[in-house]
Ligand binder design. Structure first.
Ligand SMILES: [Zn+2]
Length: 281
């Protein structure tokens, strides 16, 4: 049964589709992809990145952490960090993103919720430097503290009002209002995911690719592969995120720090007991 207080959020999510086709490629010219950990970019929107690059759009990928807390890795944090950065570059290369367009912020894996003050200017700089018209990040209820922390930082950032935010899914399926058919670049997405060798010490990341098969039932009649997004102009996206934060099932979340006048707040760390791990991926 849906709690009564959840209805405003559900209605807001349903209203987001607005105009525009459910199925289609983003009409964006310059995109920033925020990945909390190496592999999120490939799992969440790798096919869409490959499509964007294929038609000449600029894509910059920023990795907030190096995934140095990878579970199951009998490696030092430094060695894990070194390997995962290398694998991230290889994955981006498969998607058509050159090393010069990949950034590593080096923030603590599992600790992004305490780093929002550092993340805010990094997001602002990445968008300003690339004159981005689109920003991709894990959606605000993805169910992982690091993933949701990027949304908290986004809420405190000063960004162009025309910026489109495309929330992608990794740990928790979202209510989609945009579906991108990635069938033609599927082999490249698979190769990008496969490049994240060290991430697979924690779990078989390829298991998440099943989500792309399932997403193809939306408009593709179950043939091929698709990535799903919750996309909206930044103001609308953040307004919905605030509703989500107020759900009674959410854990108490600290307000994201930010300069100047009060700004809307957004989700912080995931609730205790989340299915997602506290570290990467
Ligand atoms: Zn992640």
């Amino acid at each position: 049964m849906v709690p009564e207080r959840a209805w405003p959020l559900l209605l807001a999510l349903r209203s987001l589709p607005g105009d525009g086709a459910l199925i289609g490629e983003p009409r964006l010219h310059s995109v920033v992809v925020l990945a909390p950990h190496p592999d999120d970019e490939s799992l969440g929107c790798g096919g869409t990145v490959a499509l964007l690059r294929g038609r000449g759009a600029s894509v910059r990928v920023a990795f907030a952490t190096d995934g140095e807390s990878t579970r199951g890795a009998a490696l030092s944090a430094d060695e894990t960090r070194r390997r995962r950065r290398s694998e991230a570059l290889a994955a981006c290369g498969q998607l058509g993103v050159a090393a010069a367009d990949v950034g590593f912020w080096g923030l603590p894996d599992g600790g992004l919720a305490a780093s929002t003050h550092e993340i805010v200017p990094l997001i602002e700089s990445a968008v300003a430097e690339t004159r981005a018209d689109g920003l991709f990040l894990p959606w605000f209820l993805d169910g992982h503290a690091d993933h949701e922390a990027l949304n908290a930082a986004l809420a405190s950032a000063t960004l162009p009002p025309g910026l489109e935010v495309w929330g992608y899914e990794t740990w928790s399926p979202l209510i989609a209002n945009r579906i991108v058919d990635v069938s033609t670049v599927w082999a490249r997405k698979e190769a990008a995911v496969a490049a994240h060798v060290t991430a697979r010490l924690a779990f078989d990341v390829e298991a998440t690719l099943g989500l792309n098969r399932w997403r193809s039932i939306h408009g593709l009649m179950g043939r091929g592969y698709a990535e799903a997004f919750l996309a909206a102009p930044i103001r609308e996206y953040l307004a919905t995120a605030v509703l989500a934060r107020d759900l009674p099932s959410a854990a108490p979340r600290p307000a994201a720090p930010g300069p100047g006048a009060p700004r809307p707040s957004a989700p912080g760390p995931a609730a205790p007991g989340s299915a997602a791990p506290s570290g990467s991926t």
